[in-house]
Design a protein around this ligand. Structure first.
Ligand code: TK8
Length: 361
């Protein structure tokens, strides 16, 4: 038994599963194909003994790498769930797109070949149009207001929409305020966006918002982004400082501006068939673990974000501060796009979100 417990095999994930009553969801829990394309061929530690004793296995995959607070949050979720169920649920954690990009991992949850992922809200809009509201530029004024709205009634209303997509939304984590980087020039105002080829997430609102500012946006999965920047396929991208630094974008980008143009939430979600197959007490465990791990992840994300900007400057990036006036120019350029999307999506729902933000301020 002791020897077995110490048998922490370093394997590329493969092997048989052992889940009772979850064949559909957990066939070959350990033999998931990892995504070799993006170089994320890091070996995955599978505790064969613990996996063997578990009633249920959760395959949890994300797109960012193992240094990012998103992965630290996933490890906290693993720790809480395995502790609270005394090992009856075993959690395998994958990062760096090893199981695919945000969209393909959400599809895997719908199909039951993966149990947890934590995408940004933007790609969710491809499944549920209303989620685009969370990607309205300049929607949330700060993270405190974002927490209050997302963790309240309005946030829950959006999580409940996931049910019809065979997905179970359990909590909001934090991606953060998105900032622009590029390899061409300093960007200090809307004029400077002119002609820049910017990678955006796969979300029509992002595309239209960047077009309205004069840029030439192109949608792309996060797993392809570093290579696209390295090869010059795109001039720039936009992500929070933590991602820009921890994913090494400073190696392939020269300029960074604190545009802070969108507060991007993550959504911790589970395959609904898998969630429904859990006994009620285990459902409560994963509910509470997703929320507690989310609090922990948000804190980590915020603690170091200012430090990450300093790190980027130390790594040689040219930082351009965006003035309030310049940010207002961006907002004005994008306004017509938001008015159109509000009509397209559901004006009453958009108004409800803005009201909740006003109440939280
Ligand atoms: C990682 C993505 C990333 C997002 C993006 O899977 O695609 O730029 O900001 O965090 O979800």
């Amino acid at each position: 038994m002791v020897v077995g417990m110490l048998m922490m095999l370093l394997v590329v994930a493969c092997g048989d599963n052992n889940n009772g009553g979850n064949e559909l969801n957990n066939n070959g829990a350990n033999d998931v194909e990892t995504n070799e394309d993006n170089g994320a061929e890091e070996e995955v530690e599978i505790d064969e003994e613990a996996a063997g004793d578990a009633e249920f296995t959760i395959r949890a995959g994300i797109g960012l790498n193992s240094e990012h607070p998103q992965y630290k949050g996933l490890e906290k979720f693993k720790e809480l769930v395995e502790e609270e169920t005394d090992g009856a649920i075993y959690v395998e954690t994958y990062h760096s797109g090893q199981l695919g990009d945000d969209r393909s991992m959400m599809e895997a949850l719908q199909l039951g070949s993966q149990e947890v992922t934590v995408p940004s809200t933007a790609p969710i809009a491809n499944f549920i149009n209303e989620f685009s509201i969370f990607d309205f530029p300049f929607l949330f004024p700060n993270s405190e207001v974002a927490d209050e709205v997302l963790d309240g009634e309005v946030g829950q209303k959006f999580l409940d929409m996931l049910d019809d997509q065979n997905l179970k939304g359990l909590a909001y984590w934090e991606n953060g305020f998105r900032d622009l980087t590029n390899s061409e020039q300093e960007v200090a105002s809307v004029e400077d966006f002119e002609g820049l080829t910017i990678r955006t997430m796969e979300n029509d609102l992002h595309l239209d918002a960047f077009r309205a500012m004069g840029a030439n946006p192109t949608p792309m999965a996060f797993t392809e982004l570093f290579t696209a920047l390295q090869q010059g396929t795109v001039d720039g991208q936009e992500n929070p400082f933590a991602t820009i630094y921890l994913e090494g974008f400073y190696e392939v980008q020269d300029y960074v501006s604190d545009t802070h143009h969108i507060y991007s939430p993550f959504v911790f979600m589970m395959s609904k068939p898998f969630y429904d197959s859990l006994p009620e007490d285990y459902q409560t465990v994963v509910d509470e673990a997703a929320l507690e791990a989310g609090e922990y992840q948000r804190e980590l994300n915020r603690e170091a974000n200012d430090q990450y900007l300093e790190n980027l400057i130390e790594e040689g990036m040219t930082f351009t501060e965006i003035t309030d006036e310049a940010r207002e120019e961006m907002r004005e350029a994008i306004e017509p796009v938001l008015e159109e999307y509000a009509q397209q999506i559901d004006q009453d729902l958009v108004d409800e979100v803005y009201q909740a933000i006003e109440d939280a301020e």
